[in-house]
Design a protein around this ligand. Sequence first.
Ligand code: TYM
Length: 334
Amino acid sequence: MIGEQKVLFSGMQATGNLTLGNYLGALQNWVSLSEEYMTFYSVVDLHSITVRQDPAELRSRARKLLTLYIAAGLDPKKNCIYYQSHVSGHAELAWILNCFTYMGELNRMTQFKDKAAKHADNINAGLFTYPVLMAADILLYQADVVPVGKDQQQHLELTRNVAQRFNAIYGDVFTIPEAYIGKTGASIKSLQDPAKKMSKSDENPNASIYLMDDPDTIIRKFKRAVTDSEAQILYRDEQPGIKNLIDIYSACTQKGVEDVVREFDGKGYGEFKLAVGEAVVSVLKPLQERFAQISRDKDYLDGIIRENAQKAEYYATKTLRKVQKKVGFPERVH
Ligand code: TYM
């Protein structure tokens, strides 16, 4: 809470090409929730360097991601859209919270285990303490709600634990945040292997729908999507490929899963896959058009970046000063 207002915080990494999973699992909910809350949406570039990045590319992707937030329908005059690296409080609070987080807790994080396996040559300390930085992001703005996909749930639990631990020692410093996980779209799977999540870093381009894919590519990828030989469109774990397609269709059309199953009762997989592809195109095409339009307006974007960094900094500093005082750092002399 900030004053009487409930706060929403979320963020996304500017690494790799964003996928339909990022959109349906997070961005789409950000937009639908934005009216109800005071919102902070960060491009989390500090998190990105836990994996080696090309500097020019990171800068360019970060700007594209910020533009995409706006293209998705977040009005940057009402929603605080900003770069994490422009607000030094994230790193400062992360340091303090590091001292309230146990190695054992971080060792249990499944994302760390996955990433360490993928980047065996660069298992750096930042990768290990990544969830603490994430906790700092959220707690810095006293967030009540954090819309994320299912893969971030464990990090949210850790955030709550660290916040509760801190509050138990120092009093009510942090708001305890709740994860908001959408009913459909919270865990979009790979189109080539529905046991895995759809991921920016998948090597097989047919496994993921990228937000900038053109309509023909999207339709082609859905035609090739791995399904099964059951020949019936049912929402059940035994048919993970079909289940994933139903989730995607449902999240894109806002129709309930049961309605989708009824709509395609008795229809063939070919017809269903085409319908899913078309539903995705009808969501992504307008997004791409708005993205192209906003990208052209450099001065507008620069203004947004400047103003929102100041706004984020203001609220971040308020929490940070309170925390610094609580832990016993000497007061500033003005
Ligand atoms: P990131 O950048 O990997 O993903 C951004 C958001 O997209 C969701 N997501 C998915 N949802 C459904 N199906 C999928 N296949 C899928 N893939 C990704 C993620 O759950 C996420 O919500 N650590 C975060 C970024 C972060 C953050 C934060 C999020 C940093 N600080 C504070 C919330 C609050 C991450 O790497 O997300």
